[in-house]
Every structure is written in structure tokens, then in C-alpha cells.
Design a protein around this ligand. Structure first.
Ligand code: ZN
Length: 171
């Protein structure tokens, strides 16, 4: 049996991945018990035991949260908008974040943020929780301040970004 365990903190700064091939089936429960023991309060396991167990036995990803679950995690002001975008994505047969700019990680909505690195000039995207004020350049790891893309929070700019490294009025 091949086992993979992903651990991440609520904000995704700390991640760990353990991959073991040819792991004896009868030791999985012991392994999981030990893993949970080692996980501190502020760290969440991406999947609970049952889902992990199911995924291991079927060798597939655990099922994604349903649309309704996701919507309940979002600020009320964008729930209707999100449902509409989700529907558009479904019609196009693409992942919903293509249209929504929102990914759910560990039950926390992460919003699309666009940056231009002042250090190396690279531009890129991050998906960040709503209270994150800084991202790191994918290329040179320089810290970059990000700001809401619009005066109204959770309103995207014309490219679907919730946050940007440059204030729109400075461009
Ligand atoms: Zn950079």
C-alpha cells in the first residue's frame, strides 16, 4: 500500500508531506494515530481519518466540498455572485476557481491576488486568506504588500483579482 499524508496549518504557511511506498496495511491505523498525536492545535489535517482511509483504499482524491458548503464559508455579500460564477464554470467544464478566483483550502476561502514583484519584476498570482497583507514572490521570495483590488472588499478588478500588489489608482 502507498500512503501519502499532507499536513498544513490553517493559513498554509506550514506544510508537510509524507510519502511511504509499500507501507504495511495493518500499520496504517498506528501511523495515523501517531500523526494526529504529533499535530499541534493550530494545525489542521486536510482530510479526516475516514476520508483518508477511503482515499487510500480507492486511490483517489477525497471528494471536494459541495457548492453549498463552499458558499457558506464566503462573506454574505458575494454568495450570490459566487453561485453565478460557479454555474458559469460548470457550463464551461472548467474548475470553479477559473471563474471565481476563490480556492478553499482547509475550509478557508483563499482569494486571488495579483502581484508585480518590485525586486525582480516578475508578476504572478497567489491565493490568500482575506486577512493576508503580504505575499512572497514565487521567483525571488521578496515580500510584497497586497491591497484590496477595489475600494469595496471582496469585489474583483476586471481581471478577477481580489487583491493586488499595486493600488489601482497608482497605475
Ligand atoms: Zn521577485
Amino acid at each position: 500500500m502507498n500512503v501519502q499524508i499532507n499536513v498544513a496549518s490553517g493559513y498554509g504557511e506550514k506544510r508537510a508531506r509524507v510519502k511511504i511506498e509499500g507501507f504495511p496495511c495493518e500499520l496504517v491505523e498506528t501511523l495515523l494515530a501517531r500523526t494526529f498525536q504529533l499535530i499541534q492545535e493550530n494545525i489542521e489535517v486536510e482530510e479526516n481519518y475516514n476520508e483518508t482511509h477511503e482515499a487510500l483504499s480507492q486511490n483517489v482524491e477525497p471528494s471536494k466540498s459541495s457548492v453549498q458548503d463552499v458558499v457558506s464559508l464566503l462573506p454574505e455579500s458575494i454568495r450570490g455572485w459566487y453561485k453565478q460564477k460557479e454555474k458559469e464554470a460548470e457550463e464551461q467544464g472548467v474548475p470553479s476557481f477559473y471563474f471565481t478566483g476563490i480556492k478553499i483550502k482547509n475550509g478557508i476561502p483563499h482569494y486571488k491576488a495579483f502581484y508585480i514583484c518590485p525586486n525582480c519584476g516578475l508578476s504572478g498570482r497567489h491565493y490568500v486568506p482575506e486577512d493576508v497583507k503580504e505575499v512572497k514572490c514565487h521567483n525571488c521570495e521578496a515580500p510584497i504588500d497586497i491591497f484590496p483590488a477595489q475600494a469595496q472588499l471582496f469585489k474583483t478588478d476586471q481581471w478577477g483579482n481580489f487583491f493586488r500588489s499595486v493600488m489601482p489608482d497608482k497605475e
